[in-house]
Design a protein around this ligand. Structure first.
Ligand SMILES: Nc1ncnc2c1ncn2[C@@H]1O[C@H](COP(=O)(O)OP(=O)(O)OP(=O)(O)O)[C@@H](O)[C@H]1O
Ligand SMILES: [Mg+2]
Length: 254
């Protein structure tokens, strides 16, 4: 989870800036008008605009070194109050796209513009085995710049919403996979981001938690959060305002 409200993402952002800066417009009224990306109903409220994104990786050693093109002109938009899906086969570049938006990876071409506080729930939880759940909340609250009251309120609500209050004093290495995923999600949400990026956030959730997750997402959408969620399940399409499919490096509205 990375928060960009002066939080721990700053070094990653700076690193990404070396090969392509991600523009963050904290209090700007609106992002640039989309040209390639699918228009949304209220462009003035967009919190994320990705346009013509390109990314290749190099693999192997010379003379067998080869270039793998993952993204070749991917464009999408997310507006405030939208729940947008990103689907695609394994290896199609979904996580790569999200990591570029967050600033963890640089890009080879294209533009990324985002607005407001960012929450990021990575596909593989980035947690510390020896720290407790409470210690994670304290660490992230510090990074997000939350005071003690705001932190306690946010943590109390999230622990109840996700039902893992009883694990507050457990170290991460003592948690089940699903509970780690709950913590991963809670850390991305505790500073009430305006743009939330979720990379398969519910893998490991039991059915009840999975349903509760969608209720949480609905509540946050209703409060104006813009959410981009990577998913494999086409059955979730009805829950989403728009779905992009990543195919051959491009994002098309599915
Ligand atoms: N750091 C890296 N170095 C080299 N290749 C990479 C790197 N990261 C990702 N790739 C390659 O980029 C492609 C896209 O990977 P990515 O993780 O974005 O896919 P994905 O759509 O998220 O897949 P999944 O559904 O399995 O999570 C894959 O072929 C992967 O092997
Ligand atoms: Mg992935």
């Amino acid at each position: 989870m990375i928060g960009l409200a002066g939080g721990p993402a700053a070094p990653a952002d700076a690193a990404a800036g070396r090969s392509g800066e991600v523009v963050m417009v904290a209090d700007a009224p609106a992002l640039s008008a989309p040209t390639v990306a699918e228009d949304c109903l209220t462009p003035g409220h967009c919190v994320l605009r990705v346009e013509g994104l390109e990314k290749s990786f190099r693999r192997g050693l010379p003379p067998r070194r080869r270039q793998i093109d993952v993204l070749s002109g991917a464009s999408l938009m997310v507006c405030s109050g939208e729940l947008v899906g990103l689907v695609g086969e394994n290896g199609s570049g979904k996580s790569t796209l999200m990591q570029i938006v967050v600033g963890l990876l640089g890009r080879d071409g294209g533009e990324v513009e985002r607005r407001g506080r960012l929450g990021y729930c990575p596909q593989v939880p980035m947690l510390w085995d020896k720290l407790t759940v409470d210690e994670h909340f304290a660490l992230f609250a510090r990074a997000y710049g939350l005071d003690d009251d705001a932190r306690e309120r946010a943590v109390a609500d999230l622990l109840v919403e996700l039902r893992f209050e009883r694990y507050r004093r457990y170290r991460v290495e003592e948690l089940s996979g699903g509970t780690r995923q709950k913590l991963n999600l809670a850390l991305a949400l505790m500073h009430q981001p305006q743009l939330l990026l979720l990379d398969e956030p519910y893998s490991g959730f039991d059915w009840e938690t999975y349903l509760r997750f969608w209720e949480m997402a609905d509540r946050r959408r209703a409060s104006g959060m813009g959410i981009l969620i990577i998913s494999h399940f086409l059955s979730e399409r009805d829950r989403l305002d728009r779905v992009y499919e990543l195919k051959d490096g491009e994002a098309v509205v599915a």
